[in-house]
Write a protein that binds this ligand. Structure first.
Ligand SMILES: C[S@@+](CC[C@H](N)C(=O)[O-])C[C@H]1O[C@@H](n2cnc3c(N)ncnc32)[C@H](O)[C@@H]1O
Length: 337
């Protein structure tokens, strides 16, 4: 689930990183790598907004936070699959290191690191690059004068209103507009929800906003989301006193059965591959947090195999709607695992 990048350690051994011998090294989008141990864990200040990877790094004794450190002597950027997001991280890295400091960017070929290198090389001094482990590590030096492009990259990766008027940013799930699956689920929400509600995997908050607007009888809505940036967007997109925001790993939600309703459009992958176990873990988490009479409403791609996990966790499973792409399912009478 977590991406380990020993490309960095390989490049360090080949003397290709050019990191200073002393001083703090910021890692934006930090993931596991043996480089931390090679250079000394205490030198690294890691940024990671994904709760699962954040907690994994913290458990290894690293200093890690969802926000960027305010300064460092050098920086490493771990490219994501979204180019605008990666360029935004490079701009943020350039902003926290001094003139002449190295900024290293590492990424997989499948995440487009070669195209990113070409784009960076057009406006920044590219000091070297090394092809390793199905990817590339490249090294820039922070110029005295930052190029205009860096400001543009930062602005393009920041929260901004999308087609539905909600704040979101590249790299978030369905950032350009409300997800069609969530729209299908929202069509079944009006007047249905009551009491204490939880949304599992709330993203930037579109579905939560609909749930609250369509259901005056909801007392509270707990939005659970693993991506701290998406959760911050949701906080701003859902200015309703009934909403509460949790930076959480849904798969580890406790067993307190306090909810009257759970709504979810569960994730079906974190990497490129489909991970049916992740959606199944969301269904199991829903069963844990629901009161005996509580109900789950879920939307999923029609082809995804939710029937078995639903049957394991609930005694009553009722299809509400199905079209060529999505299915909306209502489940009740949970079986606590
Ligand atoms: C299919 S999206 C739905 C997002 C949102 N509800 C919407 O309608 O746009 C699933 C969301 O679950 C989040 N997610 C993935 N794994 C998670 C986990 N283990 N715990 C909490 N949230 C998770 C993702 O970041 C993503 O925002």
């Amino acid at each position: 689930m977590t991406r380990r990048d020993d490309r960095l350690a390989l490049a360090h051994r080949a003397d290709a990183l050019g990191l200073p011998d002393t001083g703090r090294i910021a890692v934006l989008g930090a993931i596991e790598t043996t480089l931390y141990g090679l250079l000394g864990r205490e030198r690294f200040v890691c940024q990671q907004s994904d709760r699962l990877i954040h907690d994994l790094l913290a458990a290894q004794g690293l200093a890690v936070a969802p926000d960027d450190p305010d300064r460092a002597e050098a920086a490493i950027v771990v490219a994501t699959r979204n180019r605008a997001e990666t360029l935004g991280m490079v701009a943020r890295a350039l902003a926290i290191v001094p003139e002449e400091a190295p900024v290293v960017v590492t990424g997989a070929k499948t995440d487009g690191i070669d195209a990113i290198m070409r784009q960076l090389g057009r406006v920044l001094p590219l000091e070297g690059s090394m092809s390793k482990a199905h990817g590339r590590v490249l090294r820039l030096r922070r110029p005295a004068q930052l190029p205009d492009a860096a400001r543009e990259w930062e602005a393009a990766a920041a929260l901004q209103p999308n087609a539905d008027g909600f704040l979101s940013a590249p790299g978030m799930f369905s950032h350009a507009h409300a997800d069609p699956g969530s729209q299908r689920l929202a069509a079944h929400l009006e007047g249905r929800l009551t009491g204490r509600v939880a949304e599992l995997g709330a993203g930037w908050g579109w579905l939560a906003a609909q749930a609250l607007a369509l259901n005056p009888a909801v007392e509270s809505l707990d939005l659970h989301e693993s991506d701290a940036r998406a959760l911050e967007a949701a906080r701003r997109n859902v200015p309703d006193a009934r909403a509460r925001f949790h930076w959480s790993d849904v798969t580890r939600l406790g067993a307190e059965p306090v909810c009257d309703w759970v709504i979810t459009n569960p994730p079906f992958h974190r990497s490129r591959e489909a991970e049916p176990a992740l959606g199944a873990a969301f269904v199991a988490a829903a069963a844990r947090v629901l009161r005996p009479a509580g109900r789950l409403m879920l939307v999923a791609n029609r082809s995804l195999p939710y029937e078995a996990p639903l049957a394991r966790a609930f005694r009553e499973v009722t299809p509400l709607a199905e079209d060529a792409t999505f299915k909306v399912i209502l489940a009740g009478r949970s079986i606590k695992g």
